[in-house]
Design a protein around this ligand. Structure first.
Ligand SMILES: N[C@@H](Cc1ccc(O)cc1)C(=O)O
Length: 313
């Protein structure tokens, strides 16, 4: 992982017993030591999930994608999980109110569109890796609906639900902040962390995945997976968070925030996306954006490279 990304990332590991109780903060040193040695010990499988709540990814998803590209470039296996199931539940993390229910049809159409984008991003970047001896395949895109669609609620709650403690679930920041709001939170959203935790477990069992990447707002969900896997199999896994890309006044950028810069050109034109970055104040560019997006970037560094057919399609 490039140094600039690593400087901006945070690590989660079971040895941080201090994150188990109430607060979602943790000392980082033990995992910071263990994760680099795991990554140097051989190709690892890393995953990041994206809920298809719209038909395009947005700038807020970009750092996680870049993180996956860094892992890929370093020779690791990368899984992008599209939340065909979890988008129907609705992640309360970072949201101030309950999202409207999305129908299965809309989620399915969104999933198709995001699958295409993710595959296109990874395929195009493969062209810049310049090392044809490393044939790992590009990205494996999965839909978590595939492992929930044949499960029944009674079986899932009796097998999986019993590993989750109410106290820990209630202590998550995503839950606490909503319980304090006037509308509170539905049971559906409250259970979201169980699904994301189970996804991590499923990928750990099926693909040997030991690392999950997500934005800082995903910390509680990463911890749920980490704790669940440890309880069920005793295995040590890692969560890695990348910073949220915020506007110059510190607002989260994304669909819910209503100021999304989309990555699909039919939603936000390349010109508007370029203008978005150009308009950023110097302080955010120097303090954050250059660090996030450019230094040690996985993107082609010269404009000349971008002129190549495959890059900016
Ligand atoms: N909860 C994540 C998406 C996600 C979905 C399923 C997962 O297994 C992991 C992550 C988000 O909202 O950004």
């Amino acid at each position: 992982m490039a140094a600039s990304m690593a400087r901006s990332c945070r690590f989660v590991s079971r040895n941080h017993s201090s994150f188990l109780p109430r607060r979602e903060s943790f000392p980082e040193s033990a995992a910071q030591d263990q994760l680099p040695s795991l990554l140097q010990s051989g190709a690892q499988t890393v995953y990041c999930g994206f809920d298809p709540t719209a038909d395009s990814l947005h700038v807020g998803n970009l750092l996680a994608i870049i993180g996956l590209l860094h892992f890929r470039k370093a020779g690791h296996h990368v899984l992008a999980v599209l939340g065909g199931a979890t988008a129907q539940i609705g992640d309360p993390s970072g949201k101030t109110s309950e999202r409207e229910r999305l129908s299965a049809d809309v989620v399915e159409a969104n999933t198709r569109s995001i699958r295409d984008s993710v595959q296109r991003i990874f395929t195009n970047h493969e062209l810049y890796f310049h090392d044809s001896s490393r044939k790992l395949g590009t990205v494996t895109v999965l839909n978590n609906l595939s492992w929930y669609k044949d499960r029944n609620a009674v079986g899932f709650l009796s097998e999986v639900g019993r590993y989750f403690r109410m106290g820990t679930m209630l202590s998550r920041h995503s839950v606490q902040s909503r319980l304090r709001s006037a509308d509170g939170m539905s049971l559906t959203e409250f259970t979201y962390q169980v699904f994301q935790a189970y996804d991590f477990y499923h990928l750990n069992q099926t693909y040997g995945c030991k690392i999950q990447l997500g934005g800082t707002d995903q910390l509680g969900n990463l911890m749920s997976g980490h704790e669940f896997i440890h309880k069920v199999s005793g295995e040590e896994v890692f969560g890695l968070t990348v910073p949220l890309v915020t506007s110059s006044v510190g607002d989260k950028l994304g669909k819910t925030a209503g100021n999304a810069m989309w990555l699909n050109r039919d939603r936000t034109s390349p010109f508007d996306l370029y203008q978005f970055f150009l308009r950023q104040p110097d302080a955010s560019v120097e303090g954050r954006f250059l660090d996030f997006f450019m230094y040690n970037s996985v993107f082609p560094t010269a404009g000349a490279a971008c002129a190549e057919e495959a890059c900016c399609k």
